[in-house]
Design a protein around this ligand. Structure first.
Ligand code: SAH
Length: 424
């Protein structure tokens, strides 16, 4: 069941000529300075600027791609689009709306969200809408640019520009900018979307031992210089002495401090400039232990076997994200993908699409993808939605006491997706 959640097709050319450069890079590093934290292994394998898994162009060849919810069905992104507009309305329809996506992959989610923005142009009315994509991979940014802007984008001249690519959407002509880091995105009212982004951020792994918490490291197999293995650090590391909760009950934990930093940045931005964040990923609420795994082709893959050639991922710990979000924002969820999509009206949307479609093959495909997204045994219960909101969004409307009658404040809009919508 794991392989259906993240099915990656690697282009045959990659499989034919295995590239050992990442492995060589890692083994020489370990020889020089000793075993490295799992987080460093994961960061290098995925996002090394030259040989990282996401950075190399050939993983996303003409046939190569990964199948995630936005790739499975357009309905997914459409409902996320409705969520974005609903939060913009809930904030009192500010004059500016920035759509910010972290790790946009092939750009499908953003494309579906923007189609909804186009269809609801009359609702967005005078709002000035712009699109901001945070992407480390230049190769993927090109795929996204083609998808969203056609040929209407160009790279920045200087290497150090915070915006490394700019364009305009093919439909609507909205400005789109690409950044390497969230910090570079300008301040302003924003709706942030991150789908299968946090699971790709590096985790540290810790093991409870008789001597206390110790960090799990990646080392070279003593008799096989081409193979890597896990070892437990003999003494505490900075990470093991700072990242494990004092009252931790589990024997093995994974912590993603980079995810924590990004959540803090999101929380600060939302409390300072307003907005909301929608985070969707597979994950747990601080209960799971060893979730670090690799994917290659359609299969689960040994995490240490081919660094740079396989995807690496770990379940998102939503309880950690909630803790890192702090007091400045309200957190909602996690709720299961099934609950979220049902609350967003996926059943009605499916019926509408089916009613306007008579081709049996397309109808079958619509129903199958609906099932894939919502079925508890497929993606419906493995994936969760989590949200950061400005606290004012959930505040009870003010009640006034005394004789003076105040104008009734408008009823607060419920946060879509996290509560059942009732049309009474
Ligand atoms: N959201 C897409 C893609 C998920 S794959 C989907 O659901 O289909 C993860 C994405 O995050 C890729 O686009 C990858 O290049 C990007 N990414 C991974 N680590 C990143 C980092 N540290 N900063 C910015 N983007 C990152």
């Amino acid at each position: 069941p794991l392989s259906i959640c993240k099915v990656k097709r690697i282009s045959p050319s990659v499989l034919r000529k295995p590239r050992a450069s990442m492995l060589r890079h890692l083994t020489s590093k370990i020889k020089a300075t000793g075993p490295i934290p799992v987080a460093e292994y994961m960061r290098e394998s995925l996002t090394n600027p030259v040989t990282g898994y996401y950075v190399r162009g050939d993983v996303l060849g003409p046939q190569g791609d990964f199948i995630t919810s936005p790739e499975i069905s357009q309905i997914f992104g459409e409902l996320v689009g409705v969520w974005c507009i609903s939060e913009w309305m809930g904030a009192g329809r500010p004059a500016q709306l920035q759509l910010v996506e972290l790790g946009p992959g092939r750009g499908s989610l953003a494309a579906d969200v923007l189609r909804v923005f186009g269809q609801l142009r009359s609702v967005l009315a005078e709002a000035s809408v712009s699109v901001h994509l945070v992407e480390v991979s230049p190769a993927l940014s090109r795929v996204q640019a083609r998808r969203l802007t056609g040929e209407q984008s160009r790279e920045a001249d200087g290497e150090d520009e915070p915006v490394y690519r700019r364009g305009r959407t093919t439909t609507g002509g909205l400005p789109v900018s690409w950044y390497r880091r969230l910090d570079d995105v300008p301040a302003g009212f924003s709706v942030y979307v991150a789908h299968e982004f946090f699971d790709a951020l590096p985790i540290h792994k810790f093991q409870r031992t008789e001597k206390g918490w110790r960090e799990v490291m990646v080392d070279i197999e003593p008799d096989e210089p081409e193979r890597l293995r896990f070892v437990v650090a003999p003494t505490p590391t900075l990470a093991s002495s700072t990242l494990v909760q004092a009252d931790e009950k589990r024997n093995h934990v994974e912590v993603c401090p980079e995810g924590g930093v990004i959540i803090q940045q999101l929380a600060n931005r939302i409390s300072e400039s307003g907005g909301a964040a929608l985070i969707a990923d597979y994950g747990h609420d601080g209960t799971k232990t060893d979730t670090f795994r690799g994917f290659k082709g359609h299969q689960l893959h040994d995490v240490l076997a081919s660094p740079g050639l396989a995807d690496l991922t770990a379940d998102v710990d939503f309880s950690y994200l909630r803790r890192m979000a702090g007091e400045g924002v309200a957190c909602l969820g996690p709720v299961t993908q099934r609950t979220f999509l049902k609350n967003m009206g996926i059943d009605t949307r499916l019926q509408v699409l089916l009613r306007s479609c008579s081709d049996p093959a397309t109808r079958k495909q619509l129903i199958q993808s609906y099932d894939m997204l919502t079925s508890p045994s497929k993606m419906g219960e493995r994936f969760h939605f989590f949200s950061l909101l400005s606290p004012s969004r959930l505040a009870e409307p003010k009640r006034t006491e005394g004789l003076k009658m105040e104008k009734k404040s408008p009823a607060q809009l419920p946060v879509a997706g996290f509560t059942e919508l009732s049309f009474s």
